[in-house]
Design a protein around this ligand. Structure first.
Ligand code: HQG
Length: 179
């Protein structure tokens, strides 16, 4: 299988399963699922032919397990900007969670905390390495440590996605420290 095609196909799937299903004429249900057959047909109609074997390879081989397959349906595990209810159960977070960002956002983050921006939730990781990787997408990475235990104590809810990303609606500035 052509690795570059798989990466392109994975990005195409992320875009349409998280942000813009209407562009290729598919619909997501309330929990973000859509039929695999419909998705592959719609992708092919829009210039992105993906075989069933390639889809399975993307889902299984994806470093971040971005997608879940169940009963002939597929969804993105997190990262949506379209309104979906992933139906996750609130979970007790580890005492500290990490967020990767970059220097030019720091002043605003210290002022207003971490906001979900165009996504549903703020994305946090249990390990520093992931945060470094996430921050590096935008420049020189800066890792922030989030006092998740104190937030949970004050009633903030945390959810963990199927691929281990911790999600919460907003991280107030008082809970953020430099790592
Ligand atoms: C920043 C990728 C100014 C925030 C990654 C981030 C992740 C603020 C950017 C997933 C702010 C939003 C999510 C504030 C937050 N003022 N900037 N108050 N609050 N920001 O992409 O966490 O490859 O929406 O620090 O690996 O970077 O797509 O979030 O830099 O898991 O699967 O605003 O996306 O996964 O950026 O990344 P994003 P993120 P995938």
């Amino acid at each position: 299988m052509d690795e570059r095609h798989l990466v392109r196909a994975s990005k195409f799937l992320s875009r349409h399963l998280r942000h813009d299903p209407a562009r290729i004429g598919i619909e997501l249900d309330a929990q973000g699922w859509t039929g695999v057959d419909e998705l592959l047909a719609a992708a092919a109609r829009h210039g992105m032919a993906i075989s069933r074997e390639e889809l399975d390879a993307i889902v299984a081989g994806n470093d971040k397990r971005r997608f879940a397959l169940r009963d002939g349906r597929i969804r993105a595990n997190q990262g949506h900007s379209v309104k979906v209810d992933l139906d996750l159960t609130p979970s007790d977070p580890p005492a500290v969670l990490y967020h990767g960002t970059t220097g030019r956002f720091l002043a605003a983050i210290r002022e207003e905390g971490l906001k979900p921006m165009s996504r549903h939730d703020v994305h946090l990781s249990p390990d520093r390495e992931t945060a470094v990787r996430v921050g590096s997408r935008r420049g020189k990475p800066v890792v922030l440590a989030v006092d998740a235990a104190a937030m949970a104590e004050r009633g903030h809810r945390f959810f963990v996605s199927e691929n281990g990303v911790w999600l919460t609606a907003h991280v107030p500035a008082w809970a953020i420290a430099d790592d």
